[in-house]
Design a protein around this ligand. Structure first.
Ligand SMILES: C[N+](C)(C)CCCC[C@H](N)C(=O)O
Ligand SMILES: O=C(O)CCC(=O)C(=O)O
Length: 488
């Protein structure tokens, strides 16, 4: 297990969060693709952000951008329909077929190429440089890129490394290249070229726009209707959009059975199996050796900090609670709480962004689940630097016995205490009693959950869904597939 670096060295080495913030402030927001799609694609081998010092997204929106004008697509288009039914579309989508949304070539300069690269001058005044080997590798024709599987079937290394075009032509919808060494023809639309321009980058990453909340969310928690979710992909789009925006969402009107609950969860994606099984139907019988299977109070935490890839979503459906009371649920918006800590105690934030915490799940006699490495509480995206994952479970924290500098031990506990104080403030807690027929689903990478102690017989069912499976369903049920494919 890697030894954590000395906190002292960490604190001296990191730019101030101000720098990190300035990075966020500098970015433009021009883009015609949904943030979530770009986020997947936005990558750089040389991340320029000191991720560890970065701050959570400072974008706390009070409302989502009003939907762009309804696309000229048919009335059945999913975006068109949603544009009419909800104003909280987190995905800014233009109708790319609208002429004014399509990138345009410069009227004054022509496409040129030399022995290494093709230069594409844009109307906006920038010129993209595309190396020939890169262009050939990214040929999108059906011989090189499987039209059904969307996989490259072209052997990248079958062409000479100094491959060059014979002819480059600008056509109405894009650029055609006829290559030397065999005459293969490639065609790239202007949209594709503009979107994937890497020197310079022309498309900007847009931060996902989360709606942060505290105890006031109790006045109007996000919710959807069971019939809508089960009845259409648009209904799943609304459900996943609200989970993405708020970090949690209720579903009203769900039959109070494990079967209906399992079917509901699977409207998002296949269930993630763990050492607790797949779909769980559990009570306080210690059938699994975890405190969730007891009547004890559980402080707010995120689940599965002991997995290298923590569960993305978790759903709880209270099926019954008889002969007793208690068990009230507590939710805390971890991204908002992290922002509060960063503002109140930036040193604590940096410490919890760097000190790696070992974790484990070892109650069941046949397993001891541990991640491939210890991870900090606050985990930032390695490219754009925004807070993307909160890992916090004080009960599942293993022995912290790797310290470069023993003086760091005290600093860590001070930082953890400051974090705990933020989590425990009443104004940051959303407390609610789960009721049968109204399951709760939440983003386990963002929202911490806990429960009050209880007595009597309390039966819950639910499941985990992996993060990547959730994000896929969220993007695909809120965007046109062609837009998603273009961004790959
Ligand atoms: C599977 N089910 C939700 C019933 C219990 C999960 C226990 C989760 C564990 N305490 C953790 O924090 O990861
Ligand atoms: O029993 C509950 O309401 C929640 C249990 C819990 O926190 C968990 O399973 O992680």
């Amino acid at each position: 297990m890697a030894a954590p670096r000395s906190i002292t060295r960490i604190l001296k080495s990191l730019p101030t969060s101000r720098n990190a913030c300035s990075y966020h402030r500098r970015r433009s927001r021009a883009s015609w693709l949904p943030a979530e799609v770009l986020a997947k694609r936005y990558s750089s081998n040389t991340a320029t952000v000191a991720a560890a010092a970065a701050s959570p997204s400072t974008e706390q929106t009070t409302s989502f951008p009003s939907p762009s004008p309804a696309p000229s697509g048919g009335n059945n288009s999913i975006i068109n329909k949603q544009a009419q039914t909800t104003s909280d579309l987190p995905l800014k989508t233009y109708n790319v077929t609208k002429a004014d949304a399509r990138p345009k070539l410069s009227e004054h300069h022509k496409i040129t190429f030399d022995e290494k690269k093709t230069l594409v001058p844009w109307e906006e005044g920038k010129t993209s440089h595309f190396q020939h080997v890169w262009m050939r590798d990214h040929c999108q024709c059906s011989e090189c890129f499987h039209p059904e599987t969307k996989q490259r079937v072209f052997d990248t290394f079958s062409v000479p490394k100094n491959i060059q075009p014979d002819i480059v032509e600008a056509e109405e919808k894009g650029m055609k290249i006829k290559w030397k060494n065999g005459g293969h023809e490639s065609f790239y639309t202007w949209e594709w070229l503009h979107l994937h321009s890497y020197n310079p980058r022309l498309e900007r990453y847009i931060s996902p726009q989360f709606k942060f909340w505290g105890s006031e969310i109790a006045e109007g928690p996000p919710e959807v209707e069971y019939e809508d979710v089960m009845g259409s992909d648009a209904g799943v789009g609304e459900w996943t959009r609200k989970i993405r925006k708020y970090g949690f969402c209720y579903v009203n009107g769900v039959p109070v059975t494990p079967e209906a609950t399992k079917e509901l969860v699977e409207r998002i994606a296949h269930i993630r199996h763990t050492h607790y099984g797949g779909f769980w139907d559990f009570t306080s019988d210690l059938s699994k050796k975890d405190t969730a299977y007891t009547t004890l109070a559980l402080g707010v935490h995120t689940d599965t900090t002991y997995f290298s890839d923590p569960a993305g979503l978790q759903l709880f459906h209270l099926l019954s609670h008889t002969d007793g009371s208690g068990g009230q649920s507590i939710l805390v918006d971890g991204f908002r709480a992290a922002k509060i800590l960063r503002e109140e105690d930036p040193t604590a934030y940096r410490i919890l962004s760097n000190v790696r915490i070992p974790s484990h799940s070892s109650g069941n006699h046949d397993s001891s689940i541990q991640p491939y490495a210890p991870f900090p509480v606050f985990n930032h995206h390695p490219v754009h630097g925004e807070l993307i994952l909160v890992r916090w479970n004080n009960g599942d924290r293993a022995t912290m016995d790797r310290w470069d500098d023993p003086a760091d031990v005290g600093r860590f506990y001070e930082a953890a205490r400051a974090w705990n104080d933020v989590l425990k403030r009443r104004e940051n807690e959303y407390r609610d009693q789960l009721v049968p027929g109204r399951p709760l689903i939440f983003d386990n990478w963002r929202v911490l959950h806990g429960r009050a102690a209880f007595d009597g017989k309390r039966r819950l069912c639910g499941a985990y869904i992996s993060r990547d499976d959730f994000m896929s369903r969220f993007v695909m049920s809120n965007s046109k597939r062609e837009d998603v494919l273009k961004a790959l």
